[in-house]
Design a protein around this ligand. Structure first.
Ligand code: CA
Length: 225
């Protein structure tokens, strides 16, 4: 998909551009509401907007309203630091399709974007996207994990971590890569936190947990053979 990231925080903006690019999206980014409107209403062919609410010129909600007022129906996903029911309702009233409260983990944002992207496709493509490696499966629609068909209870962090592995089977992932994707942005965590959560995850996966291999000097990988 061709995404537009509207975010005035330069660090978060460049992180989102990099990680969404690695998810094989084509990503443009702007820092103000006026620029966002110019790009979305212009000829760029944006498929989805990731929109921060607190922008330096126009409120994000006003940007969403003007996109809808111009008759554009592309999905809008709002990023907000304000976790109140009032703001959520206003955001959805303004024409947003979904919202994510900061701080959020990148894996969660990526999952929401995939879900919004699927919504625009025909019913034939909407059926149960399943990520599976060996006996471990993640249903992307329901966000449920099963091992040999048996449902597993995972915390949101464990789920994000497992999703990173399932998206990159066989590939060694560094602790920093896992932190970028599975932990909320801007929250101070040490790479040791990754080791702790890998330990929990292996335990919960039971015998299938042995598939998460330690890669010395690098991090971890999910064995797919
Ligand atoms: Ca902001």
């Amino acid at each position: 998909m061709h995404l537009l990231v509207v975010e005035d925080d330069p660090r978060l903006r460049s992180l989102l551009v990099r990680l969404l690019g690695e998810e094989r999206h084509l990503v443009d980014a702007v820092e103000t509401g006026e620029e966002a409107l110019e790009v979305v209403l212009g000829p760029a062919g944006i498929d989805l907007v990731v929109l921060d609410l607190g922008l330096p010129d126009l409120p994000g909600l006003e940007v969403a309203r003007r996109i809808r007022a111009a008759g554009r129906t592309l999905p809008i996903l709002i990023l907000t630091a304000r976790d109140t029911v009032g703001d959520r309702v206003t955001g959805l009233d303004a024409g947003a399709d979904d919202y994510l409260v900061k701080p959020f983990a990148f894996a969660e944002l990526a999952a929401r974007i995939r879900a919004l992207g699927r919504r625009g496709e025909g019913p034939s493509r909407r059926t149960a996207p399943l990520l599976a490696v060996g006996p471990i499966a993640l249903d992307e629609t329901t966000r449920t994990v099963t091992v040999d068909g048996v449902p597993l209870e995972l915390s949101p962090r464990e789920l994000s971590l497992l999703e990173c592995f399932l998206r990159h089977p066989g590939q060694a992932l560094t602790r920093d890569q896992l932190l970028d994707r599975a932990w909320p942005w801007g929250v101070a965590v040490t790479p040791n936190a990754v080791d702790a959560y890998i330990h929990y995850l292996r335990e919960k996966l039971g015998p299938a947990g042995a598939r998460i291999r330690t890669v010395r000097g690098i991090g971890y990988r999910l064995a797919d053979g």
